[in-house]
Design a binder for this molecule. Structure first.
Ligand SMILES: Nc1ncnc2c1ncn2[C@@H]1O[C@H](COP(=O)(O)OP(=O)(O)OP(=O)(O)O)[C@@H](O)[C@H]1O
Length: 227
């Protein structure tokens, strides 16, 4: 299988702190989870995958491109979903927010409307198209943020704790949406049930990968670390 994401001895220093301390990995599986204690470096790792962060030393290659040199291209090819959908929703109404993602594509209005409607229907938001985005529930907002990322058809999707702010029902909605996605998905999470059926899970501890395997083995390792 082609190596989709390749990290070679990646170190990231933020201020005085070395947040990632020599991470190497080749990630080609469809569903990859990242777990670990608070402050272990998970979000920083996630941000490397789409060029939001770059290594202080070492190299990150995504879809064959060096994220340091091709940051703009990488950001177009790799979607990123933040924990807090409010940080990502920028337009007043639901449909406008999804359409806003497409602004740089210079598509005819009819095509934009079609793509937005298709996306909203897929995630159960069709009836909310003209509603103010801030009136949606937390789970619906997360699905809207997902629509606004997916309408750009990214080749890889990175999610940073997508269910942290959600109740059980909305977490399940996001988990279901995630399972149906066609592309490679990398998920940082503290929500261990979300990782069921994943192909691979990495455990970070103090900026290093300390376990890497099936969800069962990685979660077992994580539980021992936290004991
Ligand atoms: N801009 C920054 N300057 C200095 N230190 C930072 C900066 N950003 C993050 N850090 C530190 O880097 C460490 C790792 O942060 P990161 O957000 O990657 O961890 P995390 O594993 O995602 O944590 P959490 O589970 O709490 O979200 C933390 O100790 C954090 O305080």
């Amino acid at each position: 299988m082609a190596q989709v994401i390749e990290l070679v001895d990646v170190r990231v220093r933020l201020g005085q702190r070395e947040v990632l301390r020599g991470v190497s990995a080749s990630l080609a599986e469809r569903r990859v989870g990242v777990i670990g204690a608070n402050g272990s470096g998970k979000s920083t790792l996630a941000r490397l995958f789409n060029g939001l962060a770059v290594p202080t030393s070492g190299r990150v290659t995504v879809l064959g491109e060096d994220t340091r040199r091709q940051a703009a291209r990488i950001r177009r090819r790799v979607g990123f979903l933040f924990t807090d959908p409010d940080a990502q929703i920028v337009m007043p109404t639901v449909a406008e927010d999804v359409a806003f993602s497409l602004r740089r594509k210079k598509l005819p209005g009819e095509e934009v409307r079609h793509r937005v409607e298709t996306m909203l229907a897929r995630y159960g938001l069709a009836g909310h198209a003209d509603h103010p985005a801030h009136q949606l529930s937390g789970g619906q907002k997360q699905l809207l943020a997902l629509c606004s990322v997916l309408v750009l058809e990214p080749e890889i999707l990175v999610m940073d704790e997508p269910t942290t702010l959600l109740d059980l029902r909305h977490s399940r909605q996001v988990a279901e949406a995630l399972r149906a996605l066609p592309m490679q998905v990398i998920v940082v999470t503290h929500d261990l049930p979300l990782l069921e059926g994943f192909d691979r899970v990495l455990v970070l501890d103090e900026g290093q990968v300390v376990a890497d395997g099936t969800p069962e083995s990685a979660i077992g390792h994580y539980r021992k670390l936290m004991a």
